[in-house]
Write a protein that binds this ligand. Structure first.
Ligand SMILES: [Zn+2]
Ligand SMILES: [Zn+2]
Length: 353
């Protein structure tokens, strides 16, 4: 029987660290990528399934024990890092995919200043976590140097792991020489207030979360016009001819738009919600008049959802036939000279009389 593997030295997880981030740091000290380390450790177990391990939400307990034993860490300490335990009331649709995790550059700078490894925070995987409450700045889901969607890789510098953009290889900590970001401070503060309200709504045990999700889905539902290619929130802009940017198109008419939206569009969605429902984001039984009018323009995409605001079954059935057609058309390419947007100009100018 093979003796259990024990690594000579392994870093301890930080209390606010993602489990996968800690695994990356451990594996890097052995010159391995986390999946390779997982496979290697799994070789020490009998029924381990490596592909199940790197799961921040609900990690495989058997492989977690292997990692804990190899690193001389209390297994319960690793279990506590899982998102399922850290955020017990959170539904999966409010957690981002690992490939889309934004980061706070201020937190990375703090890691460097404190002389410790840089690491990924668990809060960054929450879809509603847009502003770092410590540094009061927007998270980044794009590289500040090359503007590509940010994928962080970690490499050693002076014995500690530092974050780099996987695409341009630029270091993600040093901000010296960049323009002053004070102009963004007010915007970030406003989004942070809304972000706190969203967290409050998600923790409530009444219908508020259902109403919040319905409101977001409706904002990103296609307009009820059969040839519309824009979501309902296009009307909020009061700009005729407003195009839904390509980067946000994937969210239109989806069940959980927040998961599919880039960070800045999630922030904008919160701002629109704040405008429609008030800064307290009160999703009470009575919908504000402006929101009611705006939402009445949505094609009903959610017939199977439980929502206290939805239409009657009869109304719903009468429009079901059109829903599929509108959704298909909303994703069809539209020629820029189709004049589709010209025809919709009369939609605008009624949101804020
Ligand atoms: Zn931060
Ligand atoms: Zn880059």
């Amino acid at each position: 029987m093979t003796a259990p593997t024990r690594l000579p030295a392994a870093p301890r997880p930080f209390s606010d660290e993602l489990l996968s981030s800690w695994m990356v740091r451990v594996a890097a000290r052995s010159g391995l990528a986390a999946p390779d380390m997982t496979t290697w450790l799994a070789g020490q177990g009998r029924e381990a399934q490596p592909h199940r391990l790197i799961d921040d939400i609900a990690p495989d307990p058997e492989l977690l024990r292997l990692w804990a034993r190899a690193c001389r860490v209390d297994p319960t300490r690793l279990t506590r890092l899982s998102l399922a335990l850290r955020f017990p009331n959170r539904v999966p649709t409010w957690i981002l995919e690992r490939s889309k995790i934004p980061v706070c550059l201020g937190c990375f700078e703090a890691d460097q200043a404190m002389g410790r490894d840089s690491y990924m925070r668990s809060d960054w995987r929450l879809a509603d976590h847009l502003v770092c409450p410590i540094h009061r700045q927007m998270l980044n889901d794009r590289c500040p140097a090359c503007s590509a969607q940010l994928r962080v890789s970690f490499q050693f510098r002076s014995g500690l792991l530092r974050p780099f953009c996987s695409r341009c290889r630029g270091l993600l900590t040093s901000r010296r020489g960049e323009p002053d970001h004070n102009l963004d401070a007010g915007f970030a503060a406003g989004v942070l207030d809304l972000q706190r309200q969203i967290k409050r709504v998600l923790q409530r045990h009444d219908d508020s979360r259902v109403r919040l999700e319905h409101a977001i889905r409706t904002l990103w539902a296609p307009l009820d016009r059969v040839d519309a290619v824009r979501p309902v929130l296009a009307l909020w802009f009061e700009q005729p001819g407003w195009h839904c940017p390509f980067e946000a198109r994937a969210a239109v008419s989806t069940d959980a738009p927040f998961q599919h939206l880039p960070l800045r569009w999630r922030a904008l969605t919160l701002i629109i919600l704040g405008d429609l429902f008030g800064a307290e984001l009160d999703f009470g039984a009575e919908m504000p008049e402006t929101a009611r009018w705006l939402f009445s323009r949505a094609v009903p995409v959610l017939p199977h959802r439980q929502c206290l605001w939805r239409r009657s079954d009869e109304e719903k059935r009468s429009v079901d036939w059109a829903t599929g057609r509108v959704q298909r058309l909303s994703k069809s390419p539209v020629h820029r000279l189709s004049e589709n947007f010209l025809d919709e100009r009369r939609d605008f100018g009624r949101i804020h009389p």
